[in-house]
Design a protein around this ligand. Structure first.
Ligand code: 3PY
Ligand code: MG
Length: 273
């Protein structure tokens, strides 16, 4: 249902925001994250089983609280962006954006004519409260939050041009994929990865666009907030359950004094640092 975009307002007024990822596509977790008081929730459809129907159920589940709900889309395909916009998500996080042209195409797909190419059936869609929000068409473009992810070495080279694109609200650095793009998968604290991140930050700051990210090896969310990121997204229900389940099993193994069973070390990534 239509409402002013609280996360966008916070970003524009210089307030930092704290949010989390959801990957299970299960509405109760959206309800829980919203109740916990996060400023925003990102429904991850790039990874995990997330889909459009699940996103709608999760947006409904979260709607009792102020948390802004964003969707990380699997790709920048304009048809899918249109469907999610109509479904009423309040912003998108688009992975793997590598050029200004790609960023421009994303913005166009998210805006109505004459500024963009988003098809209009707002009067029957959830985004306008099924037509009960009479000025939705006038408010939709500017209320929506567009976040593009820079997460390859090529994207870093184009960071300034990407950040300059009108309509890109936030540039989000993805350290895990960035490390992979230079052959150092998961080594997000490596000096070469840090150098690329520093270059991207410099270029985006030169344009004055807000930056967002996730924690990485050597950088906690507190460090990143201290560096001025407009938002940091940390943890997920999958990550939290893995941690909790590992602890429970440690207790059980100790209790039955069985032979130590080695818990396979989980791969390092954006949700576990
Ligand atoms: C990355 O680190 O690659 C991300 O996409 C963060 O979510
Ligand atoms: Mg990534």
């Amino acid at each position: 249902m239509f409402r002013p975009n609280r996360l966008k307002e916070r970003i524009l007024s210089g307030q930092q925001s704290f949010g989390t990822w959801l990957q299970s596509n299960y509405p109760a977790f959206a309800e829980m994250a919203a109740a916990a008081g996060f400023d925003f929730i990102i429904l991850d459809q790039e990874h995990g089983p997330g889909d459009e129907r699940g996103a709608i159920d999760m947006m409904r589940a979260a709607s009792g609280a102020p948390a802004t709900v964003l969707v990380r889309v699997p790709s920048s395909h304009p048809t899918y962006l249109k469907r999610l916009l109509d479904a009423g998500c309040e912003g998108v996080v688009v992975p793997m954006v590598e050029s200004a042209e790609e960023a421009k195409a994303i913005v166009e797909a998210c805006r109505y004519a004459p500024r963009g190419t988003r098809g209009n059936a707002a009067d029957i869609a959830r985004c306008s409260s099924y037509g009960f929000q009479p000025d939705y068409l006038k408010r939709a473009d500017d209320n929506f939050l567009i976040v593009v992810q820079i997460e390859t070495a090529k994207a870093v080279k184009n960071a300034r041009a990407i950040a300059e694109v009108d309509g890109v609200d936030v540039v989000f650095i993805g350290p895990t994929d960035l490390s992979g793009s230079i052959g150092l998968m998961g080594q997000t604290g490596h000096p070469d990865v840090e150098a690329l991140i520093a270059e991207a930050v410099r270029e985006v700051k030169a344009v004055g666009k807000p930056l967002a990210t996730v924690p990485r090896i050597g950088k906690t969310w507190q460090d990143l907030m201290g560096e001025g990121y407009c938002f940091v997204a940390t943890g997920s229900e999958i990550y939290s359950y893995r941690m909790a389940a590992t602890e429970l099993m440690k207790g059980w193994r100790a209790y039955r004094k069985a032979e130590e069973v080695q818990v396979a070390e989980a791969p390092k990534g954006s949700y576990s640092t």
